[in-house]
Design a protein around this ligand. Sequence first.
Ligand SMILES: Nc1nc2c(c(=O)[nH]1)N[C@H]1C(S)=C(S)[C@@H](COP(=O)(O)OP(=O)(O)OC[C@H]3O[C@@H](n4cnc5c(=O)[nH]c(N)nc54)[C@H](O)[C@@H]3O)O[C@H]1N2
Ligand SMILES: Nc1nc2c(c(=O)[nH]1)N[C@H]1C(S)=C(S)[C@@H](COP(=O)(O)OP(=O)(O)OC[C@H]3O[C@@H](n4cnc5c(=O)[nH]c(N)nc54)[C@H](O)[C@@H]3O)O[C@H]1N2
Ligand code: SF4
Ligand SMILES: [Mo]
Length: 682
Amino acid sequence: MSQPAPSTPPVRGACPHDCPDTCALLTTVQDGVAVRVQGNPAHPMTAGVLCAKVAKYPERTYHPERLLQPMRRAGPKGAGLFEPVGWDEALDDIAARLSAIAARDPQAILPYSYAGTMGLVQAESMDRRFFHRLGASLLDRTICSSAGGEGLVQTLGGKLGMRVQHFAEARLILIWGSNSIGSNLHFWRLALEAKRNGARLVCIDPRRTETADKCHEHVALLPGTDAALAFALMHECIVHDWLDHDYLERYTLGWPALRERALQWPPARAAAVCGVPEAQIRELARAYGTTRPAAIRLNYGMQRVRGGGNATRAIASLPALVGAWRNRAGGMLLSSSGAFPVQRAVLQRPDLLAGRRPRTLNMSTIGDELLREASPGFGPRVEALVVYNSNPVAVAPESAKVAAGFAREDLFTVVLEQFQTDTADYADYLLPATTQLEHWDIQIAYGHTDVLLNRPAIAPLGQARPNTAVFRALAQRMGFDEDCFRDDDEALCRQAYGPQVDFERLLQDGFAPLDLPEAPFAQGGFPTPSGRCEFFSERLAAQGQDGLPDHLPNYEVAEAGSPYPLAMISPPARNFLNSTFVNVKSLRDMEREPLLEINAADAAARGIATGAVVRVFNARGEYRCKAEVSARARAGVVHGLGIWWRKSGLDGTNVNELTSQRLTDLGRAPTFYDCLVEVAPV
Ligand SMILES: Nc1nc2c(c(=O)[nH]1)N[C@H]1C(S)=C(S)[C@@H](COP(=O)(O)OP(=O)(O)OC[C@H]3O[C@@H](n4cnc5c(=O)[nH]c(N)nc54)[C@H](O)[C@@H]3O)O[C@H]1N2
Ligand SMILES: Nc1nc2c(c(=O)[nH]1)N[C@H]1C(S)=C(S)[C@@H](COP(=O)(O)OP(=O)(O)OC[C@H]3O[C@@H](n4cnc5c(=O)[nH]c(N)nc54)[C@H](O)[C@@H]3O)O[C@H]1N2
Ligand code: SF4
Ligand SMILES: [Mo]
């Protein structure tokens, strides 16, 4: 098929999705219509390639179910029945309702947002100004990365690590808690380059992912046992003296104490905890202890359990033991987001709180927060919720409680969305949002270190508006007359980094690399209080916590006679991005339907065959889907790849019906993969 010649040059943009890769986009527009979205070949990390999801962006943008006009609830709560309403009428009523609640106590209003877009402008600028000025409850945004993030901060001093491009030069890469082919495709390209140059790739993941298939070695440990594995690697490095004593001496803190703890973890002990062969641990330790440069690509999959923060601390300690940081292709990377000099105080204006100190509610326990009564310790009941860039009814844990909270008749809920998600079904007002092709934004990234600018390629579809426009309009109606409520989106893009990033270069190229050292910790320089890699954290000790990392077993560990003997993890599906794209037909067709992967032995013991409808259940609830007997699952672990919309499930639920609201050791994060279930044929 030949494509007609484009009438104008492609528009430079940036992928806004919650993905480490933050690709540079080129959108071809014909007669005001975006006909093609491609990767920008000039951007080194993107290298002209997009994942299947965003290569289909026109299909998502012009989807027949795009929300194109404001709507008001016209049925029972949660039924998803709406009638059209004009923008002015909707905004007037929302402003009046919020003002009335704020007159009693603005903390009864709660914003709820996450990374549906990671754009700094549409995700954390005018919205934050609005809620700060209002004095609404603050939201603790913990749902994804805060356990691992806190682990990094305590150990390395920030969300910092190797420059991703240097992975291509490593001789050994541990891909740890990451399905890179599915969720970090552009890193995988670098890993393959290393592999072609002779590097050994090891995947550490309970699931035999497509990434594990392509690595030399797969360590299929039980969920939540990563710290035990890390300690055994340390143990072997100590007893075989694969240590970099000079690095330990100069650039670390707490080595004698960590050494003592690690010596309690001979490989045999870790093998029993992790459920993997002892010989495999010994071999991995030898490879890690003796290969230079050795690099670890850690991802967030391993920190969604009780001990996720401690496990991150233990793993982040490894490169310092062996001096891997000395080489630019050695060390580790979990997140690079701490390298971005975002001017958050300028964008978000916390000074608008003017001395008020609203309470903070945790987004990961939204089910409980919505169901809680007013009390002196808690403050007022949540009376109004404004949701944007997130689909909590599908993605938050223990969703029966989340849905019950959203179903409260006395809760006033406003949802800004592109589609009628599970959460949108519960809205009192559902406001149509623009997509990245229709608005300005400027990005941060967590898997590379380039700033990207997104210019709108097309006009907003229908009556859709950017999030910023909605909060600006509400601010005006509520009498917030500070100048900052008049900044337009391009001005907000300029404010995001201020003089620290050359905006003219962004306008011209669409991206600009940050100026960073090649090997960040080659000579120490950790941004911790001591300036060293902190095996021992005084800050944690001062909070009454263990100053050293430790292995904290999962809250839910199968024991003999347990009614729920299987560990369920629910990692990302390759063709969805969290719950985004579930409604894009070509992508949904690839993922087929909600499935539970189960090992042949576990399936046989329960009389389950591929294609059978099964009940997956625990004390929190029950979820029905089809079983897939699969070699991707090890014995004792089942996988519900996600995150499907509840309404696309067989019984109107999804895996989060089964996950719990218990929080991690550090960072107050959810424990999605610390979840025992039983499975039975229906
Ligand atoms: N295609 C696609 N890409 C995505 C996403 C998506 O939904 N789809 N989600 C995005 C988001 S929000 C994030 S936060 C990032 C990163 O999101 P992550 O959650 O890190 O996603 P993955 O890279 O898929 O890695 C998770 C891997 O960890 C494994 N795992 C589960 N439990 C454990 C454990 O206890 N230990 C170890 N070692 N491994 C475990 C899972 O089997 C899975 O293969 O990816 C982003 N990219
Ligand atoms: N069981 C289980 N649950 C999980 C996870 C898991 O691995 N297992 N992963 C967790 C993780 S890592 C994360 S990050 C969370 C993700 O949870 P969320 O951040 O809620 O992510 P999405 O489900 O992708 O929902 C984002 C929504 O934002 C909307 N959106 C996108 N851009 C815009 C915009 O510009 N304006 C507005 N108004 N809306 C927009 C999209 O249409 C989409 O519906 O889920 C968590 N939940
Ligand atoms: S979702 Fe990730 S891989 Fe896909 S285009 Fe966006 S940034 Fe790139
Ligand atoms: Mo995430």
